[in-house]
Design a protein. Sequence first.
Lengths: 47, 699
Amino acid sequence: MNPDWQTWAAAAVVIVTAVLFVVRAKRKKKGGSCSSCGSGSAKLPKH
Amino acid sequence: MSSATELRDDKPERDPVFAIAGNPNCGKSTIFNTLTGLKQKVANYPGVTVEKREGTCFNQHGKRIRLIDLPGTYSLNARSPDEAVVRDVLLGRRKDTPKPDAVIYIADASNLERNLYLATQVFELGLPSLLVLNMTDVAEAKQWRIDVEKLSQRLGIPVVPMQATAGKGIIELKAAMSRALDKPKSTVLPIPPDIFEALQQTRADLVRSNTVAENASLLEPLYLISDHDPEHYGIADSQVGRLIAAHDDLEKKLPAWEDRLAAARYEAVENLLRDVLRRPERDETTMTDKLDSVLLHPVWGGVCLFVIMGLLFYLIFSVAQGPMDWIKDFFKYCADSVKTMMGPGDLRDLITDGVIPGVGGVVVFLPQILMLFFFIGLMEDTGYMARVAFIMDKIMGKVGLNGRSFVPFFSSYACAVPGIMATRTIASPKDRLITILVTPLASCSARLPVYSLMIAAMLPGGGASAFAKAGIMLAMYFIGTAGAFIFAWIFNRTLAKGKGSLMVLEMPTYKRPALRHVALYMFERAKIFLRRAGTVILGLAILLWAAMSFPRHEGDDDAARLSHSIAGRAGHFIEPVIKPLGFDWKVGIGLIGSFAAREVFVGTMGIVYAVEGGDENTAPLLERMKDEKWPDGRRVFTPLMCLSMMIFFVFAMQCLSTVAVVKRETNGWKWPLFQIAYMTGAAWIASFVVYQGGKLIGF
């Protein structure tokens, strides 16, 4: 195995993960459901 | 032509919409799930559904029907946000929901007086309706005989007896749904003439001022002007003043008109039941009465609760151990296989030092989580959870929490997010806020892996009995609950202004747990837990590995590499703050990760020791923790430090999902930020007291 190849691959995995987190956080700002318990994003009327 | 037929003529393409309404805990969600095949949460205590849920089903002729499952309520005079949802959907005031074409009203057949009160209000709205008498088995056990035919004749609507948990009556219900749309409206129960006249006048005034629509029913203004806190429930600001004025006028004209109207309704229900219900002179002592004489006893009730909880944690430790070892072995096998197949390099390190210890370290606790949810499911399904609330109610009342706080609080032992959403059943804004603020102190399932790891580090070896471990775990749950009560008491006297509200807590009858519900609940939780491990925790493990591995200096050994990494520097940075609690900088890295989600701590510690150990030291996490030492040679993970760590996790706010839902429910950042500050502050102080106090007395 080529160690350089592994370094590039690991870096790519880390960068893709970081991007996915940012995208997810942006999407969550609009929605607001819970990933930990599966609760829906039911919203109250203004109160 | 009925109103429903007219509606179908106007919009022939639209599927008919049925709303499912009724009192809390009468089986609405069970019937909704049976009809739609969905898995909406059900439990044997009131207040589980706080928002409407939608699904579809097909009637006997294959026609599609939209179903809306509504939260349970006792009256259309909404006093809390969940009750306002019912009122607004039935009146067609929700923009996101079509006005229902018909209503399926579910009544508990063993408690008809109370259940039919709301029915009188719902039937008066003029929608085609049908009445379901659920829990007929409980009514039969009480030797009640209901004349279903006569009841149907008197109300002028189809009446369907059912036992939803056993699936009995579903076919009859579907047949009745097909007929309901073509049936005339239900009989309207009498309203006292003077109140009727005054309401007509009020309605006319409100129509003239455009406060209600011209086609509003007589009762619509009634439910809006009876609303004790209308500005909270989606009524436009400009209309609130007019509604309050109309309410005051009506009060002046007819003092106590609301009480008289309620009395008239109860009288009408009593007259109806006199005709259709035959029951023994004196109710027989039921199994529920016999069980409650022990489980709700002032002394034995508390003892039983303690024993049940102790047994729960004992079984969590003893039964789950075998499957946990299998999972541990599986991940070790995976790591060894990767090391055999790949040469040394960063990608291999990412997998064996990041992904496997990070994800595997959390997944290994799946058996314990499943055991916890099995017991929570049993307690909910049998009706025991409501008894727990009753036993705790005295204390909850003293600290300023009312009866309705129990559902949010006890739901939070599973997860704080649905618990916080369940606060919508609380009418008083003050009680609701206090409940939201203290609910995350109930030890949720995400804390379980941390407690388990720390208890295992505290009581090493197989010699420590599962009883001792269960005792420590029980103590953590107790400390969290006591902490919540203490903070509720403080907030009740300092932070929140406003009046509290009273609630009478209705005890559901005990039921044999439907194992299907419990199994479904466990399956759902396992799915959520594994999905989370495969997404958020996997992602965090990858990022944490990178933060612990870079920047890299040539010639560094593995330990120095961790120390110089971004995460290592962050750990060193916070070490002065956490050192008085007994935590070193490596534990600090775990703590930083845990602020995203508590269980990440366990995975992060796995990565810390995997990265630091490199290829030479591949001992399991627990062994590495036991060998961990301060520079002066003292052990880091002493029993006192482990206790301090658990206490920190009892109090600290380490869950981004909870922060997000508190922000949403309180409409701003003020309260979530306050919650983070007070909980983290309390965690630090409590942990400091435990660690330094323990050292002072020689531990």
